[in-house]
Write a protein that binds this ligand. Structure first.
Ligand code: GLU
Length: 467
């Protein structure tokens, strides 16, 4: 067990939380929780033009839904400008950062000239050691003094040793001319002040890390351990699009996914433990270690998610299902339905949405009868059989209160009629559901009230008797 681990998740509320973000959050959460450490949530909301309150709320809602609890209050970068300003002044005072008076046009000209010479555009350090009188009418930016030579290296927990030649990093801007601090600067300041020891994040941030390390070094902050996780790709090996699942995490809820399934799905995208697929939260906590993160990108697999979801749906308690029904605009049905039919519906559904659709089908009287089925079933023999079924069901004294009892009744009806047990199932299905497919007949019969069964049989009879 590691000690004093502090991790964080630091989303920008410029869009909804998508599954890539949730996976990052999960990894950080597990690492902290498994080691008795802290997991912090920081909202990176400095970009006023691109932030939305709605996105902020959606991130918090998604966290709540999947049950990732964070320590302390949410930290908002937008409330910390005073802190950033203090550190900018500190670096200026220590000569580790400086004002640069180059105008936008001058910078543009410099870049064009460099490009024309086939060089990578970069700032030419012209104000790095400037001692003269600043030009008039220019609001300066603040640049950090990056090392002029040597290497910037760190040991990435996923990628191994990363070394960047200092020449590749110029004196980058840490405060814009309006005084606002830049992205890499605030991330480094916050991670340091929040005491973050381990940063697990997408490898799209890998190129930011050397810059952030320079800030740590300039301020003598302890450099955290970084883990840059490869992206989640679609099955074709491309960036995830909305169609492949890169949508708001909360949409998974509306589609009927369970948070347990989603988290289990995500932990396996980029991490494995032998060939185990199902991980309870306890197992995730016990087994996950960021040092075992895969170096190769992982592929989003919708079938796998459905498979996991049906697994978790099967083991869901009746009470848990009842608690979830209002989310899908469904009321809690009778005790009989809960006791008898839920198991059957759970077996047959991959998502809660499917569960609710099947439940609705069972509960509501048949509105429309499948035409093709009707044409097939419309024989005198079937009409007779349906009448016999009505007589039989009317005469049943003992309640049909379990699937087993319903099965026995169906068998004895068949015996009584001298027909094969399954030979009238299509007819019965037509009467009870109005269509082929759907749930098994025995649990359906057992869960419906006798009057409801008789009503459906009579309605079907009337329908078959009609031309
Ligand atoms: N705010 C960044 C993002 O949403 C994450 C920053 C980080 O993890 O360092 O991509």
């Amino acid at each position: 067990m590691e000690t004093n681990i502090v991790t964080r998740f630091a989303p920008s509320p410029t869009g909804y939380l998508h599954i890539g973000g949730l996976r990052t959050a999960l990894f950080n959460y597990l690492y902290a929780r498994a080691n008795g450490g802290k997991f912090l949530l920081r909202i990176e909301d400095t970009d006023k033009a691109r932030n939305s309150n709605e996105a902020k709320e959606a991130i918090l809602r998604a966290f709540d839904w999947v049950g990732l609890d964070y320590d302390g209050e949410v930290i908002y970068q937008s409330e910390r400008f005073g802190i950033y300003e203090k550190y900018i002044q500190l670096l200026l005072g220590e000569g580790k950062a400086y004002y640069c008076y180059m105008s936008k046009e001058e910078l543009e000209d410099l870049r064009e000239a460099q490009k024309a010479r086939g060089k990578t555009p970069r700032y030419d350090n012209r104000y790095r050691d400037f001692q003269g009188t600043p030009p008039q009418g220019i609001q300066p930016v603040v640049r950090i003094k990056a090392p002029l030579e040597g290497e910037i290296s760190f040991d990435d927990g996923v990628k191994g040793k990363i070394s960047i030649n200092a020449k590749e990093i110029d004196d980058f801007i840490i405060a814009r001319s309006d005084g606002s601090p830049t992205y890499n600067f605030v991330v480094a300041i916050d991670d340091a002040l929040m005491g973050v020891t381990d940063i697990i994040r997408g490898d799209d941030h890998l190129s930011n890390t050397p810059k952030q390390i320079l800030i740590y070094q300039a301020l003598n902050f302890k450099i955290p351990k970084f883990f840059h996780v490869p992206m989640i790709l679609n099955p074709q090996g491309h960036k995830l699009s909305k169609r492949d699942g890169a949508m708001n995490v909360m949409e998974y809820q509306s589609m009927g996914y369970l948070p347990e399934a989603l988290l289990n799905f995500l932990i396996r995208l980029g991490w494995s433990y032998g060939d185990q697929e199902i991980f309870s939260k306890e197992e995730m906590l016990r087994l996950f270690n960021p040092n075992d993160l895969n170096t190769a990108p992982s592929a989003y697999n919708q079938e796998k998610l459905l498979w996991l979801n049906s697994h978790y749906l099967k083991v869901l308690s009746v009470d848990s299902i009842n608690a979830l029904l209002p989310l899908y605009n469904e009321q809690i049905p009778s005790q009989k339905i809960q006791d008898i039919l839920y198991v059957e519906l759970q077996e047959r559904s991959k998502t809660l949405q499917e569960f609710v659709a099947l439940l609705k089908e069972c509960l509501l009287p048949v509105k429309t009868y499948d035409e093709k089925m009707k044409n097939k079933l419309q024989t005198l023999e079937n009409i007779h059989l349906l009448k016999e079924l009505i007589i039989y069901f009317k005469a049943i004294k003992n309640p049909i209160d379990s699937t087993k009892v319903a099965e026995t009744e169906l068998e004895s009806f068949a015996n009584f009629q001298g027909i094969k047990p399954k030979s009238f199932f299509m007819l019965l299905r037509f009467a009870l559901l109005g269509k082929s497919g759907g749930v098994s007949l025995a649990p359906l019969l057992a869960s419906l009230e006798k009057e409801e069964i008789l009503l459906r049989l009579q309605n079907a009879l009337a329908n078959l008797e009609m031309a």
